[in-house]
Design a protein around this ligand. Structure first.
Ligand code: GLN
Length: 509
């Protein structure tokens, strides 16, 4: 395996700018790696090799001409298949969009092009981002590179697995209830869900519009910061995008954390009588001690309404989804039933019956029910009120804390098939991540330990628009604890890889 695959994006970008490594060389190495491991991992649903190689050659040409491009120019990236990409099929891993080729780019895709990133392909995901394991993809699941019998998490499981399997140094995910952070935790990589409104949602296929947010995924914190820098900023095409200045995220990474007040929210460790696994709790408590060791003040804090996150999310998200997904009717775009329909209602019914998978149908039914006349007040309105209480818990906690540290997942990565027959068990796997979406807060997942050769994530939640402090703390932890340098290097073997191998790194960190 070539050494370039072990480079961070920052290192690769530096070498490409110094003309010590060409973007084409690095892109070829990634494409070759994909050919070797994809049969086992299945992180991608589409590889865009021609596009990647032509983008890479263009960057090399511009570098040779002496152009000064950004720090990530020429670096390959994997894109979740939920971002509209002009000329490239964008399916959301749903049969209903199987042949959909968007005529326009999402704002984040445009920004990535502007910054000179190279598009390796589209990553696997749960259909319409509904799920926690990628098992709801219409195109077959992704396997966790640390153990192929286990899920990579979801819905951005393909993006997380591509990073862990060293197929790509950077990836984009989206997070409605944990879909960046939970797969990052399960695959031992780093993923940040920004503040709601920090990154434009224009061109993101909508799931639950009041919760959806696009964010960076990478193998370390610095790379996440550099990628967020590309993604973040106001966009007039998204009415919920925030018009606030974007700080220089990489500039503050090395600042001290000894002034920080860190809260550990008690309720994140137990949901309705069932406690997070011992390994996860130990890793998070140990992380809090690492922050204390770095001079930060740590204490317990309470977010009492956390006990309602699952029922509240599973009313609000499906309600918004049922409305957003009404557009897939077989008329304007996407799948249309090939069976002749007698009338328009039959056309809708047949098209949707054929095009949507079982979990998406379940969400549409849940959401339509919750919004029905007579039930709206009892369900949607009530859930919105409780959402406000959850948000207030955080406002209160942040009156005297800068950050909260918590588990990302209640358990280690589970086995493929383990939760597919029990949707409620699958839903509960997001119990630690949903609250940040409810309150619109930035939150990161970073590697915080290993048990049985499987990664454990640490969640750091910040104040609105304070990604800089989240990243600074995450960077300090990463430098002190050093869990991010582990990868299932020889993955994937048919039996799964349990051996954790320290990365041999080239160049300066
Ligand atoms: N797993 C959650 C769900 O199924 C969250 C998904 C997401 O964040 N997109 O809805």
């Amino acid at each position: 395996m070539p050494d370039e695959l072990l480079l961070t994006a920052a290192e690769a970008g530096r070498l490409i700018a110094a003309r010590e490594l060409s973007s084409v060389e690095l892109t070829r190495a990634c494409l070759e790696r994909m050919r070797t491991v994809e049969g086992d991992v299945h992180a991608f649903v589409r590889v865009t090799d021609d596009l990647a190689l032509s983008q890479a050659a263009e960057i090399d040409r511009r570098m040779a001409a002496g152009e000064n491009l950004g720090p990530l120019a020429g670096v390959p990236i994997a894109l979740k298949d939920i971002l509209c990409t002009r000329g490239v099929p964008t399916t959301c891993c749903s049969r209903i969009l199987e042949n959909y080729v968007p005529p326009y780019d999402a704002t984040v895709i445009q920004r990535l092009k502007q910054a000179g990133l190279v598009f390796l392909g589209k990553t696997n995901m749960d259909e319409f981002a509904m799920g926690s394991s990628t098992e709801n993809s219409a195109f077959g699941p992704t396997h966790n590179p640390w153990d192929l019998a286990r899920v990579p998490g979801g819905s951005s499981g393909g993006s997380a697995a591509a990073l862990a399997a060293l197929e790509a140094p950077l990836a984009i995910g989206t997070d409605t209830g944990g879909s960046i952070r939970q797969p990052a935790a399960f695959c031992g990589v780093t993923g940040l869900k920004p503040t709601y409104g920090r990154v434009s949602r224009y061109g993101l296929v909508a799931f639950a519009s009041s919760l959806d947010q696009i964010g960076p995924m990478a193998r370390d914190v610095r790379d996440c910061a550099l990628l967020l820098q590309v993604l973040a900023g106001h966009d007039p095409l998204d009415s919920t995008s925030i018009a606030a200045a974007v700080p220089d995220y990489a500039a503050v990474l090395e600042d001290s954390v000894k002034d920080l007040r860190v809260g550990v929210p008690t309720e994140f460790f137990e949901y309705r009588g069932s406690r997070v696994s011992g390994e996860v709790e130990d890793a998070v408590r140990a992380a809090a001690r690492v922050f204390e060791g770095l001079g930060a003040a740590c204490d317990e804090v309470s977010t009492p309404h956390l006990q309602y996150v699952i029922p509240v999310y599973y009313i609000i998200a499906p309600a918004e989804a049922s409305s957003n997904l009404a557009r897939y009717d077989g008329v304007a775009y996407g799948h249309r039933t090939p069976r002749g329909a007698a009338d328009v209602i039959e056309l809708y019914e047949e098209t949707r019956e054929e095009g949507f998978g079982p979990e998406v149908k379940r969400r549409i039914m849940l959401g339509t029910y919750a919004l029905s006349a007579g039930y709206y007040d009892a369900y949607y309105l009530k859930a919105s009120q409780v959402r406000t209480l959850i948000r207030r818990d955080f406002e209160k906690a942040f009156e005297n804390h800068d950050l909260l540290v918590a588990p990302v997942t209640p358990s280690l990565p589970f086995r493929l098939g383990e939760k597919t027959d029990d949707p409620v068990q699958m839903y509960i796997s997001d119990v630690c991540t949903i609250a940040a979406n409810m309150a619109g807060l930035p939150a990161i997942s970073i590697p915080a330990g290993y048990a049985d050769g499987l990664p454990i994530g640490l969640q750091i939640i910040g104040k609105p628009l304070d990604e800089a402090t989240v990243l600074r703390a995450a960077y300090a932890f990463q430098q002190a604890a050093d869990f991010h340098r582990l990868a299932p290097l020889d993955a994937p073997g048919r039996d799964g890889v349990r051996a954790v191998v320290a990365w041999e790194r080239r160049g300066q960190r």
